[in-house]
Design a protein around this ligand. Structure first.
Ligand SMILES: *Cc1c(COP(=O)(O)O)cnc(C)c1O
Length: 425
């Protein structure tokens, strides 16, 4: 589609947008009494208005039923988490039995590594990407140390080529091949948090398996944002947080995927707890751990129902909309944003570089813009004018138009404010 940087055109795109009405379903912060233009849904998604109802229901059930709520609440608590399996499996391309929600992202990656990073003999290495999200770096290093191994030997980082911002799939595949039978686990971010690059998860998964390694994906920036087919790709495990593109609220529960080929393997090491035990016999308080033969077999504690409630509100909304519709709008609105930035930069002679790949297969809803010279003043100016973007040192702004609640009008208005900012600074 040929875009135009005009108010009329942006409004026209909104009138033909099948998801336009969803913006009303969210609460927006305000600056100077006006709803903000929110581009940080990749960091913390907005609050769906419905989530309050879900939370209130739990509060009211607790007040009226107390312990009886485990079985007689509107949505009983003892299997509340199972309500996620079906709708969330569609978000990540899995079978319902392969998905569960529990804990938080880094914690889940630790639990899953306990099962799937089992170094032995020469097979001790973990391949990850360089400059991974810090939590992932600490996670991997501490796991290696827990096995009394040396991180300097065991952690192999895939690197970008000098002067390039993004990874080349071929380089990652070759790195896995090079380390071959020494690779115990490949663990990477499916969507890079800094650049927004989407990795070729299918090809990398295949390659990891071809050398006999396990593979796990951190899908923090992928869940609810990109098309995933975890079951078909035969990914061993994955985990994601729910508070970025999935709008479940700060620090809320993480989703996990464990491929069904592992469900029946009772020899796998697990850090177990009673919520992963045979559901029929859970309250018999028996001695031997008998894991549920689904992803729920990795559950540990009885989950925080108050925190699952807003996540369920969001998952129900994703189920109603469907990933396909989201992805269609995502591509269009991201391209419109890219076009708008280019137009403004040209008009104001701003030096910039979009470091997110422009190949539509390698990007999703985020554009990372490297500004040459502007510094943080630009970020502050935008903020004062009610545009919330994310700032990363040294001078990258990350913008994520979220298909569920960003309008084309928002993008146009951002362009106007960005233009003032570039001229003023
Ligand atoms: C956001 C993010 C995290 C956050 O981890 P928490 O355990 O939820 O605090 C971890 N890894 C990546 C890649 C992220 O983007």
């Amino acid at each position: 589609m040929k875009f135009e940087n005009t108010l009329e055109f942006a409004k026209y795109l909104d009138t033909i947008d099948p998801l336009a009405s969803y913006q009303q379903e969210f609460n927006f912060p305000k600056v100077n009494g006006k709803k903000v233009i929110y581009f940080t849904g990749n960091s913390l998604g907005l609050q769906p208005k419905k989530s309050l109802e879900y939370v209130n229901q739990v509060m009211s059930d607790w007040a009226q039923l107390a312990v009886e709520g485990h079985f007689y609440a509107d949505k009983p608590w003892w299997d509340y988490h199972e309500r996620f399996c079906e709708p969330l499996s569609k978000v990540v391309g899995a079978k319902a039995s392969e998905v569960t929600v529990m804990n938080t992202l880094t914690v889940n990656l630790h639990l899953l590594m306990a099962s799937f990073y089992r170094p032995s003999g020469k097979r001790v290495k973990i391949i990850c990407e360089e400059k991974a999200f810090p939590s992932d770096q600490y996670l991997i290093e501490s796991q290696v140390k827990m096995h009394n191994l040396d991180p300097k030997i065991c952690i192999i980082e895939a690197k970008r080529r000098p002067g390039e911002h993004n990874f080349r799939t071929q380089d990652i595949l070759e790195l896995i091949q090079e380390h071959g039978q020494e690779v115990a686990l490949v663990l990477m971010g499916g969507v890079n948090y800094y650049t927004g690059q989407v990795l070729d998860m299918q090809a990398i998964t295949q390659k990891a398996h071809s050398v006999g390694s396990k593979i796990g994906w951190d899908l923090a920036h992928a869940a609810g944002n990109v098309a995933l087919d975890l079951h078909q790709w035969e990914v061993d495990f994955a985990a994601w947080c729910s508070y970025k593109y999935m709008n479940a609220g700060p620090g809320n529960a993480s989703g996990c995927f464990i491929h069904q080929k592992h469900h029946h393997n009772k020899d796998l090491v697990r850090l177990a707890g009673w919520w992963g035990h045979n559901k029929q016999r859970r309250f018999l308080m028996e001695k031997e751990f008998d894991p549920i033969d689904s992803a729920n077999g990795w559950q540990v504690s009885n989950p925080s129902i108050l925190s699952l409630a807003p996540y369920l509100a969001s998952v129900d909304m994703f189920d109603q909309v469907g990933m396909q519709a989201l992805i269609t709008k995502r591509d269009k609105i991201t391209s419109f944003l890219e076009y708008t930035i280019k137009q403004v930069a040209q008009q104001t002679r701003t030096q910039y570089e979009i470091i997110t790949p422009n190949d539509p297969i390698q990007r999703a809803s985020q554009l990372s813009v490297l500004l040459h010279g502007q510094g943080k003043d630009l970020f502050t100016y935008l903020l004062e004018q009610g545009v919330i973007v994310d700032w990363r040192e040294p001078n990258v702004i990350r913008l994520a138009p979220v298909p569920l609640y960003t309008s084309y009008l928002d993008v146009y208005q951002f362009g106007q404010i960005f233009k003032q900012a570039c001229s003023a600074i």
